[in-house]
Design a protein around this ligand. Structure first.
Ligand SMILES: [Mg+2]
Length: 265
């Protein structure tokens, strides 16, 4: 069994969240007193494959390719690749395909697997699934962009704007805050403050949507933003969370914010 990378039952309380407890784990929607004017989205596991961490996606791809790798070894190889991408000066110029070729190459080096065909298949499958998810997300954001100022806040390698532009998001986004360019990574509040300044909305009028409880829900909540946690129903802690909304897909945002999907999609 693969250990979920994004969920830890011990992390049900945001240690950094000092907001009054106005809201707690609402599944049905924000109250009408909340006036959302802007929305910020995480990228990985949010726009490119809802509620699915990259490590879990790779674990599934290795299994599908018939490669039996213990999860702890894959996790180590994955984070070596992650660190290598952050350190490589070429990364900010990479397309999604180039990035994944690089990423998978470092993973396979770490796993001591020499198989160029496997590298192509893993990277190609990851990209194909990302592109399909990005197309779905783009359609949803196109509807939301009629009502809200939109942006992206991502811990990434300097090329998330390139990837989003290639996927057709650029006209929909007022800001893309990539940690490599901002110089601060979630949960650092400075990356949210950078995005809010560009978005032109107050924290309390802005909803941050992401799949990581610590880096998205807790971190954005600590800056005063409203938060939507993108999390599969079977990964939700029973005791409640600090998120204002719990959603299983981006398509639920319309309803959660009190709008009928039929109106603008
Ligand atoms: Mg994420």
């Amino acid at each position: 069994m693969v250990i979920p990378a994004t969920f830890s039952p011990a992390l049900r309380v945001c240690q950094r969240d000092r907001r009054p407890s106005l809201t707690r784990a609402r599944a049905s929607g924000l109250g009408s007193w909340v006036h959302v004017r802007g929305m910020l989205f995480d990228y990985g596991g949010t726009l490119d494959g809802p509620a699915s961490h990259w490590l879990d996606r790779f674990a599934a791809l290795y299994r599908e390719a018939g490669v039996d790798v213990p999860f702890v070894r894959l996790k180590d190889a994955f984070y070596r690749a992650d660190a290598a991408a952050y350190a490589d000066p070429r990364a900010p110029g990479m397309s999604l395909r180039q990035l994944m070729d690089f990423h998978v190459g470092v993973q396979l080096d770490g796993l001591q697997i020499t198989d160029g065909g496997l590298r192509d298949r893993l990277a190609g499958a990851f990209v194909a699934r990302s592109e399909a998810a990005l197309a779905e997300s783009r359609a949803i954001l196109a509807g939301l962009a009629r009502r809200y100022r939109l942006g992206v806040v991502s811990n990434f390698y300097g090329n998330v704007a390139r990837i989003l532009s290639d996927a057709g998001f650029a006209p929909l986004l007022a800001v893309v805050a990539d940690s490599t360019h901002v110089g601060a990574m979630k949960p650092d509040r400075r990356i949210f403050e950078h995005a809010l300044q560009a978005l032109g909305t107050a924290p309390a009028d802005t909803l941050h949507v992401g799949d990581s409880y610590e880096r998205d829900v807790c971190a954005a909540g600590a800056v005063g933003l409203r938060t939507a946690w993108l999390v599969a129903p079977d990964r939700r802690p029973a005791g409640g969370t600090q998120a204002d909304l719990l959603i299983a897909s981006l398509g639920e945002l319309d309803h959660a914010l009190g709008h009928s999907p039929e109106i603008h999609r």
